[in-house]
Design a protein around this ligand. Structure first.
Ligand SMILES: [Zn+2]
Length: 335
């Protein structure tokens, strides 16, 4: 009989259950607010700024933030992917208390800061959760926001699509968590002012691996048949122009975020015969780089590229230690 069983439950166990229940209610648990795989096809570009002066540092005392940044920026790779539609999701259940949906998707580099003054979030939404918590979602695509104030929202319910509205110059979701009106860091809630890595994560337990801190990260890599500029990589064109036997160029490229002053990069390509095909070893960086594009290759002078597999190796060294490495290849021509 269930009722009989219940009377035998030890009192101490009941008390423990009640205590842990109260604790999980105090602190919000966050689902990923965007439909993608962090570290695979989306990347944390900027964390919260934990420095109260005009300087900036993230929760690990790294430079992956900028002065006054009050949220987490999760970027997607390029325009092609944005056009396919990347969903922004509610991080926790709650009620919608604000939204905007009519701003253009245009880089602030083009329209200027004045055009987005007071509307820096762009197309966005604010959701109120139990216990004094709120989450805010910014820079969504015009017309994509599909919730309205008053709506009840479930965890991971789609809110809208990643866009380029408000004060932004790259495709990303800006996600702010507030507790009783104050922005808090979901990676380091309750961290003391001077700690590096203190506080606790607000991310759901299942996200711990995906949302681990990566000081440097490769966000794009591949071979392309054109000379890849940052604009061509950001638009997705570099990735979509494959190496063909008669391509004008045969180039390997890597785009990295979070490179630091003093980092030394090496990018080389081996031809099908195993001989060196191209290499580029720029000088050690003289400044931290929010993002960096490196490429090496050749322009075609023969009628066609030698058929076979070209292999690229990218390495980042720091103080004699390899801190990043990627090997990738492409096959071209009939064999
Ligand atoms: Zn941001």
């Amino acid at each position: 009989m269930p009722s009989a069983l219940r009377t035998f439950l030890p009192l101490a166990l009941l008390a423990l259950a009640a205590a842990s229940h109260a604790k999980t209610e105090d602190v919000i648990s966050l689902a990923l607010p965007i439909r993608c795989q962090p570290g695979v096809n989306c990347f944390v570009q900027n964390y919260l700024d934990h420095d109260t002066s005009e300087k900036a540092r993230d929760f690990r005392c790294g430079a992956r933030t900028y002065n006054g940044h009050d949220g987490t920026d999760i970027r997607i790779r390029n325009l092609e992917i944005q056009r396919q539609g990347v969903e922004v999701l509610a991080a926790a259940p709650g009620r919608v208390v604000g939204m905007r949906n009519d701003m253009e998707d245009v880089s602030v580099r083009i329209v200027g800061k004045a055009a987005v003054a007071g509307k820096e979030c762009g197309n966005g939404a604010v959701i109120e959760h139990d216990g004094g918590w709120r989450t805010q979602y910014c820079h969504m695509a015009k017309g994509s926001v599909r919730i309205k104030p008053g709506d009840r929202i479930a965890t991971e319910q789609p809110i809208g699509l990643v866009g380029l509205s408000g004060d932004t110059e790259f495709f990303h979701l800006h996600f702010t968590v507030r507790y009783r009106g104050k922005a808090v860091d979901p990676f380091a809630y309750g961290a003391s002012e001077d700690s590096c890595g203190g506080g606790r994560s607000l991310w759901a337990a299942a996200l711990v691996n995906q949302m681990q801190y990566r000081p440097r990260e490769i966000i794009d890599f591949g071979f392309t048949g054109i000379n890849p500029t940052m604009d061509l990589v950001e638009s997705g064109k570099a990735a979509s122009i494959a190496v063909m036997p008669n391509s004008d160029a045969l180039v390997a490229y890597v785009r990295t975020i979070g490179l630091q002053t003093g980092d030394q990069q090496f990018l080389s390509v081996q031809g099908p015969d195993g001989a060196p095909f191209a290499a580029y070893n720029p000088a050690a960086l003289d400044a931290d780089k929010a993002q960096f594009l490196i490429s090496t290759g050749r322009k075609r002078t023969e009628p066609a590229w030698s058929a076979g597999i070209y292999t690229a190796t990218y390495r980042v060294m720091r103080d004699g230690t390899e801190v990043l490495r990627k090997t990738f290849d492409v096959e071209t021509g009939a064999r």
